[in-house]
Design a protein. Structure first.
Ligand code: GDP
Length: 369
């Protein structure tokens, strides 16, 4: 009987028989890896070396089992969310599963927000958003896994709230959970890049346990794929294009009623009715923004999607979901949020509509900024 081996990228148990399942490694690669001591599953190997992605997804049963396990544990739950995509970061039903376990809410990617935004305001806003979906975090922290911003505070908070228990780190894919865990490992043990990080949804597979100094563990759970995320519908290259990597420079447009703004071919904002007013767009700095007349917008989209309006690319248009429209008339200054893409701050009383691929959430929230 051979001892079980684990991928040093994602933690999945290595197997050589089922190519489409987690932890698959060709037998030959396994032999070679035993010599070099660098054992990656094929998926992580490809991610590291070629930036390729092959899909292995958690089934709904796996997901349920995972949440149930977390609910039954006596532990601190660290829920990592992307502050740029809060609604796309939510784990459905988490508040019902955690039971009596405290939840520490970590808003990651704080570096993406414009520098002018007050951190306390963002924390309060996050807390409000969490309460609105039934989650009552014991504390809210902001981090940038990328730059290490406030990592010390996070570690201190974890130590304080875990109270001698295990720590489960949970999050949907793409919120930066792996990057954050890597930072924690680096800071606490000095090992570099032990866990695979990438822009592709669903890269972290089996649980990874990181020993803490009192015999307990910090447990990294698989990222949960959220179908309402824009990421779910895009190829790897395009995902890189729409995911903000740097501090966003807001763009303000004076719009008249009857004007449309396309966010590449991915989404659409209509100012349907009202006098000339300002609208501020918070998107990746390089994302194409195109203004046109509302009247012709649907025709224009049909002709230009995959051409002038890219992404999606021409060859992806056929598989890209149709845009669906939702209308709003905010009573107060609000953000119209396109899950995973960004948001538009709109003044009170403007009659507007947001369009996004069928299945991607478009929602209205109290203005963050
Ligand atoms: P996971 O699926 O939650 O484990 O996410 P990853 O750690 O693989 O990160 C997903 C993407 O977000 C990658 O492109 C990361 O570079 C990026 N990312 C992670 N943390 C941060 C952050 O703090 N700031 C920014 N700007 N990007 C981040």
């Amino acid at each position: 009987n051979e001892e079980a081996l684990y991928c040093i990228g994602c933690g999945a148990q290595i197997q050589t028989t089922q190519p489409n399942e987690a932890g698959y490694t060709p037998q030959a690669a396994l032999e070679k890896a035993k010599e070099t001591g660098e054992l990656y599953c094929q998926r992580c190997f490809r991610l590291r070396h070629y930036n390729e992605i092959s899909d292995v997804r958690l089934t709904d049963d796996d997901f349920l089992a995972l949440l149930t396990q977390i609910g039954e544990a006596d532990a601190l739950i660290v829920n990592v969310v992307d502050i740029f995509d809060f609604s796309g970061s939510l784990i459905p039903g988490l508040h019902r599963f955690v039971g009596d376990n405290p939840v520490l809410l970590v808003g990651n990617k704080v570096d993406v927000l414009p520098g002018s935004v007050k951190r306390t305001k963002v924390k309060n806003w996050l807390r409000e958003q969490a309460h609105a979906v039934g989650l009552r975090p014991i504390d809210v922290l902001l981090t940038s896994a990328k730059s290490g911003y406030e990592l010390d505070d996070l570690l201190a908070a974890i130590e304080k709230y875990r109270n001698g228990r295990d720590v489960y780190v949970v999050g949907v894919t793409n919120v930066g959970k792996s990057t954050l865990i890597n930072q924690i490992i680096r800071q606490t043990t000095g090992t570099q890049d032990l866990i695979t990080t990438s822009r592709f949804p669903g890269t972290t597979l089996d649980k990874i346990e990181i020993p803490l100094d009192d015999g307990h563990n910090l447990i990294d759970t698989p990222g949960i794929i959220h179908r309402e995320q824009m990421a779910y519908y895009l190829g790897a290259k395009d995902l890189k294009l729409v995911t903000p990597q740097k501090s966003i420079k807001p763009k303000t447009y004076q719009l008249n009623g009857g004007q449309t703004v396309f966010l590449a071919g991915l989404a659409r904002f209509d100012y349907e009715e009202g006098p000339k007013r300002s609208f501020t767009f918070y998107l990746d700095n390089n994302l194409l923004v195109h203004r046109t007349k509302l009247q012709n917008a649907t025709d224009f989209y049909t002709r230009q999607v995959g051409k002038l309006l890219q992404p999606p690319r021409a060859k992806e248009v056929a598989a890209f979901p149709e845009l669906e429209r939702i209308q709003f008339t905010p009573k107060e200054k609000s953000d119209l949020v396109f899950a995973g893409l960004g948001w538009v701050t709109v003044p009170a009383g403007a009659v507007i509509a947001g369009w996004a691929p069928k299945g991607v959430a478009v929602s209205l929230r109290k203005a963050l900024i």
